[in-house]
Each structure stands twice: as C-alpha cells, then as structure tokens.
Design a protein around this ligand. Structure first.
Ligand SMILES: [Zn+2]
Length: 496
C-alpha cells in the first residue's frame, strides 16, 4: 500500500500548511498591527500557492488511481472518496479561471463595501455580474454529467446535499414557519433585557460558561475580534473569538455559545485519523448544527436561564435578573429585515429567500441587475417584509461579494439537523433540562461526541445525520420545537 502511505503523508503536509494559513488569518483578525496588511497578504498568498501546487500535483492523481484499483478498508474508502472529490474539483478548473475568480472576489468585495456606503446597488451590479458569470463557469466545469449546477456548488460546502432534497424541504418549512409567525403576530412580546453590563464582567462570565459547556482550554483559547469566529488549526488547537457589547449582553453571550459549539465539534473530531482527511467536519451544515444546537436549543431554553441567572448575580451582585426574564428576553420572535439579527424561526425564512434567488442565478434566470427587484419580491412572499433601502435588503450580506454562492443553505441545514439532534437527545437523556439548569453539560457533550464529533468525515453529513436520528423528520422536529418554546411565551398553541 505504497500509494496509501504517500497519500496520507501528503495530506499530513497539506493539513499543516492549512493550519499555518488559518493561523495567519486568525492573527489578522485579532492582533495584527493595522499597518502590517501588505506583508500579511504576501505571506498568505505564498502559502496558498504552495498548498494549491502540492494538492493538485499529478502524483496525487496517480496515488488516487492506484488506491481506487485496490481493495480498501472502510477508513481508506472514505478517505479516498473525499480526496478524489476535492482533487477533481480543484484540477478541473483552468489556472486562468482560478485567477479571474480570485481577482473578481477582491473587486466584488470592494464594490460591495462602496455600494453599502452609498446605500445604492448600482456600483455593485457589474462586479457582481462578473462573479456570477465566473461562478457559473466554475459550476459547469465542476458538475458531473447531468448534475444541477447548484449541486456542483453545494458540494463544496455540504457534500451529499442536493437541490432535489432541499427544495421541497425548504418549501414545506417556509409554509410551516409562516403559519407559526402569523399566529404570534400582534401578541405582546416578552420583556427585553437591556441592562448595561461591564465588559470585564461579561468576559469573566463568558470564560466561565465556556468552561462549563466543555470547551477544552488546554487545547483552545478565547480572544476578541470584530466579528466572532472559530478556527481549528488542528484538533489540539481550536480558537474562538467573541465581541462584547456593554448594552447587549445576551447577544454577545449567544455569539460566544454559538462559537463554542463550533469549537467543541472541532475539538471532538477524531485525532486518530489525522492524515486521512477524515479528522474534519462532514460539512458546513453539520458544523452549523453544532453551533446552533448550543446557541438555540440549549442556550435559549428555560433551563439555561436557570443556570445563567445565579451566575450573573455572582458577577453583578446588585443586578435584578430572574431565569424567566432571561428566557423571555432570549426568545422574542418577529418578522425582520436583517438575517444576522433574526430570531430562531425567522432566520430560516431569510435563508429560504436567498436559496430561491441563488437557484435562479445558477439556472440563468436572474442576472445581477435583476436582484434588487427579485430580492424585494422574494422577501415580500417568503419573509413578509420589504426593505426600505438597499442596505437593509439586497446589500446586507457579504457572501455573494466573495463569490460564495451555495453557502447559505448550510445555515438552515444546520438548524434542521440541530432540531432532530435536540429531539433525539431529549429521548436519550430525559433529565436533560435538569442537567442544564445545574450546569452539568457533560452528558450532552458526551452524546454529541459519540454520535457526531467522533465520526469525523467518514460519511457525508446527510448519511451521518440519518445514522444518528433514523427516520425523524427534521422539519417537524423544528416546527414542534418552535411552537413549544415560543408558544408558551406568546400564549398560543399549535393548531391541532
Ligand atoms: Zn456558525
């Protein structure tokens, strides 16, 4: 099995390079001096070039050919499947296209910033059209015969997910969520929680919560950045960043818990499979399921309010806060304009609207110039709101300006997976809520470790998900969860 040894040695090397690139990026978003951008750009580009050359080298193809002709065990079969997919997707693109895409992303991001500043879509239209054309060319080259172009893009983020499966699922979810939001409309919202809380105290509490949830501080750390993110430099070095707001404690804590979910997944990936490529997430949707599970299913539950309130009192002794106040304040639901501020239910409508637009773009039915009107139309029908200006509408996300078409579904795939994991975990650990209230999260993390994290990328996420939850219906699990959680707060019941 010489080819196997050669392939795993190469993947080891590539993972080390990838870790170094991620570290440069982490540093750029946390500690890099403001004036050091140029040399950091050169460092990242140089490593990126070496990575690409080492990964797409002809010998990698020769090893994969040899392995595909050999008899392999389960781990080898999965490793070769994953490596072949990535290798094919990378080598099928001509150097000219890769360069044009990279250039168009830089231009697209700059134009998006400018358009946002002017609150006017116009200067963004041409650079966005360029990205659309190049992305369609990329998808055409990467698509297998007969494969939908959108599926060719999905494969980058969520291998195994398909438009054929997502479209009917999202349609059903959209209908159910609209019924739910209609029922809540006009009912009084639970009271908010907007006490000003000093950042030092928030930091202390975040550290405490991270430790209680199970984030391993020996193999990870917490820092501050403008936008919270998580990066795994290896399973033994996983870093979280967060951002504190003195006037919005709950949002900042929610962000930290979200990133902690991502981080604990990275820390639980199977280190014994290093070098096979299987010590990686099985998809971005599954990654997102782990962050959303902790942020929403656990972090917005009444039990978490019972856990949190006394710990807040310990840090701010004069603060008057009850578990019920926290529970209510964390679960306000209403149709909203901005995705990143949306509640647990409405969030998915934002994604369904983007999914519809992206499919239209990939199918050639929508051009950049059509997007402002198509956006408003989709929002009116799906989310039930219309943005007064472009900044609150079609210009709100960075994704398309970087050519990331096909990423958005991951967020709702994550929410759906999280809903069924939540329902299943509640069957397996009937005293789940008592555990949460007492700050005992070990059993919950242990369940996720065993059923999700430890499996790495042995199977693609949809297969892994089915293996864990059987024939559970994730749409029904999510909708039942929402009626249960918010129905109580808003005094409404699911129509029988
Ligand atoms: Zn996330």
């Amino acid at each position: 099995m010489q080819a196997w040894d050669q392939l795993t040695a190469r993947i080891h090397e590539l993972d080390a390079l990838g870790g170094a690139m991620a570290l440069l990026d982490w540093d750029q978003q946390t500690y890099l001096p403001a004036g050091a951008g140029a040399s950091r750009g050169r460092q990242s580009a140089a490593l990126g070039r070496i990575y690409h050359e080492r990964f797409t080298a002809p010998e990698v193809g020769t090893w994969l050919d040899a392995l595909e002709a050999s008899s392999l065990d389960r781990v080898q079969t999965s490793a070769v499947r994953n490596a072949r997919r990535r290798y094919r997707r990378a080598t099928v693109l001509p150097g000219r296209l890769v360069e044009e895409l990279s250039h168009a992303r830089t231009e697209g991001f700059a134009a998006w910033m400018k358009a946002r500043e002017a609150n006017d879509f116009t200067p963004y239209a041409a650079p966005l059209q360029r990205l659309i054309d190049l992305t369609r060319e990329q998808a055409e080259r990467q698509a297998a015969p007969g494969q939908h172009l959108y599926d060719a893009l999905l494969e980058d983020y969520d291998p195994g997910s398909t438009i054929g499966e997502l479209r009917p699922m999202f349609e059903r979810l959209g209908r159910e969520l609209n019924t739910f939001l209609d029922a809540l409309a006009g009912r009084p919202h639970p009271a908010g929680f907007d006490a000003l809380l000093d950042v030092e105290g928030q930091r202390k509490l975040s550290e405490r919560v991270l430790t209680d949830l199970g984030f391993d501080r020996v193999h990870g750390r917490l820092d501050i950045s403008e936008h919270p993110f998580t990066v795994g430099l290896g399973t033994d070095d996983v870093r979280i960043t967060t951002h504190f707001h003195a006037d919005n404690f709950l949002a900042a804590l929610g962000g930290t818990v979200h990133e902690c979910g991502h981080a604990m997944y990275e820390q639980g990936l199977p280190a014994q499979w290093a070098g096979t490529g299987l010590d990686k997430a099985a998809g971005m949707g599954l990654h997102e399921s782990q962050s959303r599970f902790w942020e929403n299913f656990i972090g917005r539950s009444p039990a978490f309010g019972r856990y949190l309130a006394p710990r807040m009192q310990g840090i701010w002794p004069t603060l008057a806060v009850s578990p019920d106040t926290l529970y209510g304040a964390m679960n306000k639901v209403e149709r909203s304009l901005i995705r990143i501020f949306a509640d647990e239910a409405t969030y998915n409508l934002h994604i369904i609207a983007r999914f519809e637009l992206e499919v239209g773009i990939l199918e050639g039915r929508l051009q950049a110039i059509d997007l402002p009107a198509a956006w408003d139309d989709a929002y009116r029908r799906i989310v039930g709101v219309v943005a007064p200006t472009a900044k609150d509408g079609v210009l709100q996300d960075v994704h398309w300006s970087g050519g990331a078409f096909g990423y958005f579904p991951s967020y709702t795939i994550g929410n759906l997976y999280a809903a069924s994991f939540g329902a299943k975990i509640q069957e397996d650990l009937p005293d789940l809520h008592e555990r949460v209230a007492h700050g005992d999260f070990a059993g919950i993390l242990g369940w996720l470790r065993e059923h999700v994290h430890a499996k790495g990328h042995l199977d693609d996420a949809p297969v892994l998900f089915r293996g864990v939850v059987g024939d559970r219906d994730p749409v029904e699990d999510m909708v039942a969860h929402l009626w249960n959680r918010h129905g109580t707060l808003y005094g409404v019941q699911r129509p029988g």
